[in-house]
Design a protein around this ligand. Structure first.
Ligand code: GDP
Ligand code: IMO
Ligand code: MG
Length: 429
């Protein structure tokens, strides 16, 4: 059974899958599920700040940069031009996958993707320290500074790896430009170490580097379909998210075009992924957050601890105001609701359907940063049953079915499926 309302259009070979909350919606798990219908799975943004978990039988995988279709045989995996990638992170992930018996020659990286160097990570941590109480709570992986270098035209790409002399001089230039920022800091990476490490990884990585534009457009010419995999979530988008508490890339569906070298007319369907509740890691506004024992219970039942940093995730009810905004920003055709099983045992399940300012006036998403913001919560009856074995939405308890209907209605987008466990097969359609 197809999860989608409309069949694929052969003239529009790209579908896009994005998170519509604050990341960790279960994108990895959903992309793994969808991957068999595509020749190529392509990451279009972010770096190893992402953590995507997949469970297939006894195999449990935590991926940070390699696209989530890697456990589906025959798919090709592209790390696109819009990403920023640590050489060590990529090499380690290739090693882990090779040890699992995965053919890693299927994994390629765009020559236009930018390299995250150890000085980016050092700068990320230094800037966070300087922000003090206003810290963003970044993953410390150097993502922000690497994107700053990209737009500042100081960045170094995977294409540069093939030119060792040019690479060394570009690293020198970048470090000279950063010197004032590192003033007084300990543990500043040394130029010779950075160059030596980059050259050591170059040999290993160069065979995976491709011209992504030719790679994708040749695949279209052969009739292959592509699934663009988002990282992070809509509310962490650098432009439309809860700025400045965001990541440094375009996480919305539009980012797939600029991050993969494809035009909007190649895009067919846009699939959003949302948890049946909400989580957020790091600082920043989170109107539906539950600071009481219900939030703790969501964290415990949902195992809400970060894949990348291990930090506890903040937990709250599904935020329909944010979800409607995400439906607009991404042009969603459909959503997959994940972690419905985590709500089993809650007597009442909430959905935030509106915001009000401190003085009581209703407001939309623009009110999110208001320190006195209040939320309107709609309460729904819960269910006691364990639903992990359910495979048809029609077989879910009536109150779980009613909740899914309500989530679709308040978001304004049909629900294609609901996942009821982390394992690949745990899906109700
Ligand atoms: P991503 O960053 O969007 O790929 O999501 P993460 O992998 O960071 O976080 C989602 C977590 O929830 C992972 O540990 C998944 O194994 C787990 N997960 C995904 N779907 C379900 C589900 O339907 N039920 C439960 N209980 N866990 C799920
Ligand atoms: P996936 O792909 C959840 C958050 C960080 C921090 C902010 C900026 O697994 O959904 P950064 O290191 O990107 O500069 O941090 O963004 N963040 C994520 N939160 N899931 C992610 O990725 C995230 N990637 C970044 O916690 O608040
Ligand atoms: Mg994650």
């Amino acid at each position: 059974m197809s999860m989608f309302p409309a069949p694929p259009d052969p003239r529009r070979p790209v579908d896009i899958c994005v998170g519509i909350q604050w990341g960790d919606e279960g994108k990895g798990r959903v992309v793994d599920l969808l991957a068999r219908d595509y020749g190529i799975i392509a990451r279009f943004g972010g770096g190893d700040n992402a953590g995507h978990s997949i469970e297939v039988g006894d195999t449990k995988l935590a991926l940070h940069i390699v696209p989530s279709g890697v456990l589906v045989e025959g798919t090709k995996l592209l790390i696109g031009a819009g990403t920023v990638v640590s050489l060590r992170g990529l090499a380690d992930e290739l090693d882990t996958l090779a040890k699992l018996g995965v053919d890693v020659s299927r994994i390629v990286v765009s020559s236009r993707a930018h390299i995250v160097f150890p000085y980016h990570a050092a700068l990320d941590k230094l800037l966070e320290k300087q922000r003090g109480g206003g810290a963003i709570g970044t993953t410390g992986r150097g993502i922000g500074p690497a994107y700053v270098d990209r737009v500042g035209r100081l960045g170094i790409t995977f294409g540069d790896l093939a030119k060792p002399e040019g690479l060394a001089s570009k690293i020198r230039q970048a470090l000279i430009a950063r010197e004032p920022l590192f003033a007084g800091a300990d543990d500043v990476p040394r130029e010779e170490d950075v160059v030596a490490e980059a050259l050591a990884y170059a040999e290993r990585i160069i065979p995976h580097v491709v011209d992504d534009v030719a790679f994708l457009h040749d695949a279209f010419a052969r009739g292959e379909r592509v699934l663009a995999e988002g990282a992070q979530g809509t509310m962490l988008d650098v432009t439309y998210g809860t700025y400045p508490f965001v990541t440094s890339s375009s996480t919305v569906a539009g980012g797939a075009c600029t991050g993969l070298g494809i035009g909007p007319t190649t895009v067919g369907r846009v699939i959003g992924v949302a948890k049946a509740y909400c989580t957020r890691v790091g600082g920043g506004p989170f109107p539906s957050e539950l600071l009481d024992e219900r939030g703790e219970r969501l964290r415990a039942q949902g195992r809400e601890f970060g894949v990348t940093t291990g930090r506890p995730r903040r937990c709250g009810w599904y935020d329909a105001v944010a979800a409607r905004y995400a439906a607009q920003l991404n042009g969603l055709d459909t959503i997959v609701i994940t972690k419905l099983d985590v709500l089993s045992g809650f007597e009442r399940v909430g959905i935030v359907t509106g915001y009000r300012r401190g003085d009581g006036t209703p407001c939309g998403i623009e009110g999110m940063t208001d320190p006195d913001l209040r939320v309107e919560v709609e309460e729904h009856p819960g269910w006691a049953e364990n639903i992990r074995g359910v495979r048809r939405i029609a077989d879910l308890p009536a109150s779980a079915r009613a909740l899914l209907d309500r989530l679709a209605a308040v978001t304004g987008v049909p629900v294609a499926a609901a996942s009821v466990g982390p394992e690949r097969s745990a899906l109700a359609v």
